[in-house]
Design a protein around this ligand. Structure first.
Ligand code: FMN
Length: 300
């Protein structure tokens, strides 16, 4: 059975990975043997400078999901490269490094730092970050998306994956802008802007006031967005949004995604991604599908 897929020239042994920000470092939450089975590893987004993140509470559980506002807590890209990258690379599967910048210049500096590193297999641009110049999220503006992708394209040879926000009128339009600027893939979706209020206190239950909804609650919306986008662009889609089992992942693949990532559900069971992979194999055997490519986008 062939489960391998490609983004540009980068080959993955299978289409299952984890969504940025939703799993710990090896030893914290992952056992190495399990991580080695994945198609790729996507660590939490890093920024140019260290960030403390938002005030707590940062996470609230909601029906079939959760709202989070972590605020990209991280030690900055230099500490990431020095202390963490080699640990991820040792797992032995492609490492997709997620970066986010507050300006074009920050994206540029980070891209320059990653460009020559063989342990960085691909770069995911987390575009759900405020663009200080345009006063929007980059991924909410086709022009800003195009600008950031084109800038990074000039600097790196590794494949570029543009991570898109669902908080737009037409995510397919933004995906098309990323493709036109030279992205090798898009990943979608990031979280949906959301809020939960404690009515007794009449206060938001999130320190940052608002946050982003993820988990099974968003899945049917995400499947539709992937389907719409797959009709529009030629580059591969890495899909995420509430995947909790193989059937969920298969919905995204049949809708047109080339890869699938498990996010929130890893908090319930850190082995969800492995179970998803095993379940895809069972499905392929049952339906006599020898190559995963015969499944991708084949909706009747
Ligand atoms: C606690 C938490 C932290 C996250 N941190 C990041 C992040 O650092 N970078 C990023 O691109 N997405 C981040 N995300 C979004 C996920 O990668 C994913 O796009 C989203 O949660 C939808 O998938 P899911 O429903 O399977 O979680 C985060 C999500 C959660 C729940």
């Amino acid at each position: 059975m062939n489960l391998s897929v490609k983004i540009a020239n980068l080959k993955f042994s299978n289409p299952v990975t984890v969504a940025s920000g939703t799993f710990g470092a090896v030893g914290e939450c992952w056992d190495l043997k399990a991580a080695k089975q994945l198609g790729a590893i996507v660590p939490k987004t890093v920024t140019l400078l260290p960030q403390q993140g938002n005030l707590p509470p940062r996470i609230v559980e909601t029906p079939s999901g959760m709202v989070n506002a972590i605020g990209i807590e991280n030690d900055g890209i230099d500490a990431f490269i020095e202390n963490k990258l080699s640990m991820y690379a040792k797992i032995g599967v492609p490492v997709i490094v997620s970066i986010s910048g507050k300006s074009d210049e920050e994206f540029q500096i980070m891209a320059e730092k990653l460009a020559g590193l063989s342990s960085v297999s691909a770069i995911e641009l987390n575009l759900s970050c405020p663009n200080l110049k345009h006063k929007v999220l980059v991924a909410q503006d086709a022009g800003a998306t195009q600008q950031v992708v084109a800038l990074v394209r000039k600097i790196v040879n590794q494949p570029i994956i543009a991570k898109l926000s669902p908080n737009v009128t037409s995510i397919a339009d933004i995906a098309a802008a990323a493709e036109a600027a030279g992205a090798d893939a898009v990943s979608m979706v990031n979280t949906f802007q959301a809020m939960v209020i404690d009515v007794e206190k009449r206060k938001s239950m999130i320190g940052n006031f608002t946050g982003g909804l993820s988990g099974p609650a968003i899945r049917p919306i995400a499947v539709n967005m992937v389907y719409q986008t797959a009709q529009r662009i030629k580059i591969p889609i890495m899909a995420m949004g509430g995947i909790s089992n193989a059937e969920d992942a298969l919905q995204f693949l049949i809708a047109g995604a080339t890869m699938v990532a498990v996010g929130t559900m890893s908090f319930i069971d850190p082995n969800t991604a492995i179970k998803v992979l095993d379940g895809i194999k069972v499905y392929m055997r049952k339906h006599k599908i020898n190559d995963i490519k015969d499944l991708i986008g084949f909706i009747k």
